[in-house]
Design a protein around this ligand. Structure first.
Ligand SMILES: NC(=O)c1ccc[n+]([C@@H]2O[C@H](COP(=O)([O-])OP(=O)(O)OC[C@H]3O[C@@H](n4cnc5c(N)ncnc54)[C@H](O)[C@@H]3O)[C@@H](O)[C@H]2O)c1
Length: 249
């Protein structure tokens, strides 16, 4: 029997990319999973698709309550919903700064706030936030996005400190550039998509993009009751981009 049997998970941004891979990985291991997204979610065995916008507090609360009512509780929250932004600190106007921070950072606060009363009742409570290599390394043209993800990493540690003694572990996963529809959209807009993809692959020491399944595997590890002594940590899934310095090929 898997350690996830009988546990309930909610995954924001569960309709696409990394979130969809996390939904599949948790459901395959026996968890009952709610996928919360602004887009329709394809419902598979053991998966409940719920429309929710993490920028809208009422919508988040409703989706968490529906998850608890329909699936019988809440043990695991994966805060994955996020959007991108490009440019230097001078390139995005105030509205864009507020829009991206609202989704990427305040969205995690809203879902966590709504989930906490239910997580406190769980025997195996865990929150996993999705950060980014952009939080831990300086990347060009990503000022706003990096600021939002730096906030996620700091928020993860603060939440871990606040809730550990309540039996709720909080951690984050920091992916490198991953092969998701998001990156597909970025590449499609580039003047030379193949060249841009090759540059992104070469930036990661293992020479390729990270797969959504590899990131989901890290989320599963941190969410698992078997990781009961891991709290406040950031797990890099980036082909070594954060810490390794290989000689050029
Ligand atoms: N793809 C990468 O290279 C990469 C790298 C590091 C971190 N990340 C992070 O991983 C997460 C997922 O990215 P992805 O590449 O799978 O992107 P994606 O665009 O494929 O999926 C993101 C999902 O979030 C949903 N979403 C967006 N705004 C929402 C909102 N307001 N409320 C609810 N759902 C919303 C979208 O509808 C979509 O289904 C993001 O937090 C992103 O910052 C991605």
């Amino acid at each position: 029997m898997s350690e996830f049997e009988g546990l309930v998970a909610a995954v924001t941004g569960g309709a696409s990319g990394i979130g969809a891979a996390v939904v599949t990985a948790l459901a395959e291991r026996g968890a009952h999973v709610a996928a919360l997204d602004v887009q329709p979610v394809s419902e598979k065995d053991g998966v409940l698709g719920l429309r929710a916008d993490v920028t809208d507090d009422a919508s988040v609360r409703q989706a968490i309550e529906t998850t608890v009512d329909r699936l019988g509780g809440l043990d695991i929250l994966v805060n994955n919903a996020g959007i991108g932004a490009q440019g230097t600190v001078a390139d995005n106007d105030d509205d864009e700064w507020l829009r991206v921070l609202d989704v990427n950072l305040l969205g995690m606060m809203r879902t966590s706030r709504a989930a906490l009363p239910h997580l406190r009742r769980s025997r195996a409570a865990a929150i996993v936030n999705i950060g980014s290599i952009a939080a831990t390394a300086g990347l060009p043209q990503r000022a706003l996005y990096s600021a939002s993800k730096g906030g996620v990493v700091a928020l993860t540690r603060a939440m871990a400190a606040d809730h550990l003694t309540e039996g709720i572990r909080v951690n984050c996963v920091n992916p490198g550039t991953a092969d998701t529809p998001w990156v597909g959209r970025l590449l499609a807009r580039a003047g030379d998509p193949a060249g841009e993809r090759a540059a992104l692959e070469a930036r990661q020491p293992h020479g390729r993009l990270v797969s959504p399944e590899e990131i989901a595997h890290a989320v599963v590890y941190l969410a698992s009751p078997l990781a009961g002594s891991t709290a406040g940590t950031g797990l890099a899934v980036d082909g070594g981009m954060q810490d390794l310095r290989l000689r050029p090929r």
